[in-house]
Design a protein around this ligand. Structure first.
Ligand SMILES: Nc1ncnc2c1ncn2[C@@H]1O[C@H](COP(=O)(O)OP(=O)(O)OP(=O)(O)O)[C@@H](O)[C@H]1O
Ligand SMILES: [Mg+2]
Length: 255
């Protein structure tokens, strides 16, 4: 069974002139992720928890191979993902809040288009679309223009599309953002089913209750550093997640 390891990964961004002026510290670069390491295993949901600007999206984008780490490595079964990046990408489903679907097209056509990009044939696309549209309740809206859908339905369409090629590594950035309680529960249930299928699952969030409900392991990221990487079982020995988070967070803020 596959294991995905993030080893001593860092990322820094070169700031634009405007960003430099706004940061008021004179630095030309910003360290978004600073030497973080953790592992993802099949059948385990890992939650990367942190406040705004902590480095969650940057970490997930590196694991999804959208941006390269400046230092460190990401290994799948001890092989650097960049040794065979095309095979790796076929195994990944990445959902980002920045994913923009073209509002002019329907969920049906967008899904078909993505399936073709992944090299799936028509039968495979039909089967997968039927399954996913049914489980996310998209069926009724499949021929509507995406621009006319509600925020929650757009998010569910994004989810379905990110999973069209049946990836075994699922990386979701803030998957329940903007969803009402009903839609959020659909997504949570879906992730629990994926866990039963032994997928590797990483979600980022700033919502404690989501991690409490869904995750087996948690990483707390603050100012680009992973200040905790442990099981939820271990967290519960010290109280609840919120208490553990704030104890650590206040310690980091004092530095
Ligand atoms: N392309 C970029 N250029 C410059 N700075 C960036 C870039 N992308 C991210 N950053 C900065 O890196 C830091 C980490 O950002 P990131 O988006 O990873 O945080 P996040 O934890 O996902 O935050 P949020 O909860 O707001 O989504 C922030 O200070 C952000 O402004
Ligand atoms: Mg983010």
């Amino acid at each position: 069974m596959s294991v995905l390891k993030v080893e001593h990964v860092s990322k820094e961004f070169t700031l634009t002139l405007k960003q430099r002026r706004e940061s008021h510290n004179g630095l030309k670069t910003l360290v978004a992720v600073d030497d973080i390491s953790f592992s993802l295993k099949p059948g385990i949901i890992y939650g990367l928890l942190g406040p705004n600007g902590a480095g969650k999206t940057t970490t997930l984008r590196m694991i999804a191979s959208l941006i390269k780490p400046k230092r460190g490595k990401i290994l799948l079964d001890d092989v650097d993902i960049y040794d065979d990046i095309y095979t790796y990408r076929k195994r990944i489903g990445f959902l980002t809040s920045e994913l923009k679907l073209d509002g002019f097209f329907s969920p049906f056509d967008t899904f078909t288009y993505m399936g073709k990009l992944y090299g799936m044939n028509d039968d495979e696309i039909d089967k997968r679309r039927n399954e996913l549209f049914k489980s996310f309740g998209i069926d009724r809206f499949k021929d509507a223009k995406i621009k006319d859908l509600s925020t929650g339905m757009k998010q569910k369409v994004s989810l379905a599309i990110s999973l069209c090629h049946d990836p075994d590594i699922i990386i979701f950035d803030e998957p329940t953002n903007g969803l009402d309680v009903v839609a959020a529960r659909d997504v949570e249930e879906f992730l629990i089913n994926m866990k039963k299928e032994n997928k590797i699952i990483l979600v980022s969030t700033h919502i404690f209750s989501l991690v409490e409900k869904l995750c087996d392991e948690v990483g707390i990221i603050v100012k680009g550093k992973l200040i905790l990487d442990t099981s939820m079982e271990e967290i519960h020995k010290h109280g609840d997640l919120e208490k553990v988070f704030f104890d650590l967070y206040e310690g980091v803020e004092k530095l």
